[in-house]
Design a protein around this ligand. Structure first.
Ligand SMILES: Nc1ncnc2c1ncn2[C@@H]1O[C@H](COP(=O)(O)OP(=O)(O)O)[C@@H](O)[C@H]1O
Ligand SMILES: [Mg+2]
Length: 244
């Protein structure tokens, strides 16, 4: 197994709370790594820190063997990491199509020098909307979509970023089975394309189905890491869940 992303003794505190407490974990290249743990165990904080949304207090974040703490900020773009939010974030007053186009044009400033939306961008955006099943809604305002469609649009924006590492924070929460199935397919397709994925999810059936590698956190610490079936049968993991 090759690791694309690792943490060593990572710490992130909020006041007196150690949300991440000397955590050392591995994210596998080109595979789906599950991230589970009771509520408040630090999963979202880990995603915030890995994606650069929050700075960490101490410890190391290592991308493909290179310590990010020693990398200049402009070089961070090389590592090309993106994430979804537990709470959906969209440009509410913009159309479905424009929500995708702004990401595509931001990613390639050279095109935007000439024309805001070239045919090239339009084609990419429409391909993404077909993948997420929202092509027929392209002229609707984001605020007019259902919860499930909004979640799909957020995932469409992540696809538009074309990042190498994608962190999904509970993408299935509160969705109907058909939307869950659609997002499962999208995540499996991303793996087929060679992307490295982290998936925070509470449903163990989904974890077992999708994940190649599993990390279990409890109170900011690593409880277990390894093959999902093996990890989920460990006594310490079962106890953490029974005690929830
Ligand atoms: N922005 C924040 N400010 C203060 N405390 C926070 C913040 N984010 C998370 N925490 C605290 O850190 C701990 C871990 O939270 P979180 O990472 O959201 O857990 P999880 O995603 O596993 O449910 C909790 O005790 C939470 O209250
Ligand atoms: Mg969370």
């Amino acid at each position: 197994m090759k690791y694309i992303l690792q943490t060593k003794n990572l710490v992130k505190s909020f006041g007196g709370v150690h949300a991440i407490d000397h955590l050392s974990i591995n994210i596998v290249e080109g595979q789906i790594t599950g991230l589970v743990g009771p509520n408040g165990s630090g999963k979202t904080t880990l995603i915030n820190v890995l994606s650069g949304f929050f700075p960490h207090d101490s410890g190391e974040i290592i991308f493909s063997g290179v310590n990010r703490n020693k990398i200049l900020s402009w070089e961070n773009q090389i590592y090309n990491i993106t994430r979804t939010f537990q709470q959906i974030r969209l440009f509410e007053q913009m159309t479905v199509l424009d929500n995708i186009l702004v990401v595509l044009t931001e990613r390639s400033p050279i095109y935007s020098l000439f024309e805001r939306h070239t045919q090239y961008h339009l084609k990419c955006a429409e391909d993404i909307l077909r993948k997420i099943g929202l092509h027929e809604k392209l002229s609707h305002r984001a605020s007019d979509l259902s919860y499930g469609q909004r979640k799909l649009l957020e995932i469409g924006r992540v696809l538009a970023m074309n990042a190498e590492i994608i962190l999904f924070d509970e993408p299935f929460a509160g969705l109907f089975p058909e939307t869950v199935k659609k997002i499962e397919e999208i995540i499996q397709n991303l793996k087929q394309e060679g992307k490295s994925i982290v998936l925070v999810e509470h449903n163990m059936a989904i974890i077992r189905k999708l994940c190649d590698h599993l990390i279990v956190m409890d109170a900011g610490k690593l409880l277990a890491e390894g093959h999902p079936e093996k990890v989920l049968s460990e006594k310490i993991v079962l106890e953490a869940y029974l005690g929830e």
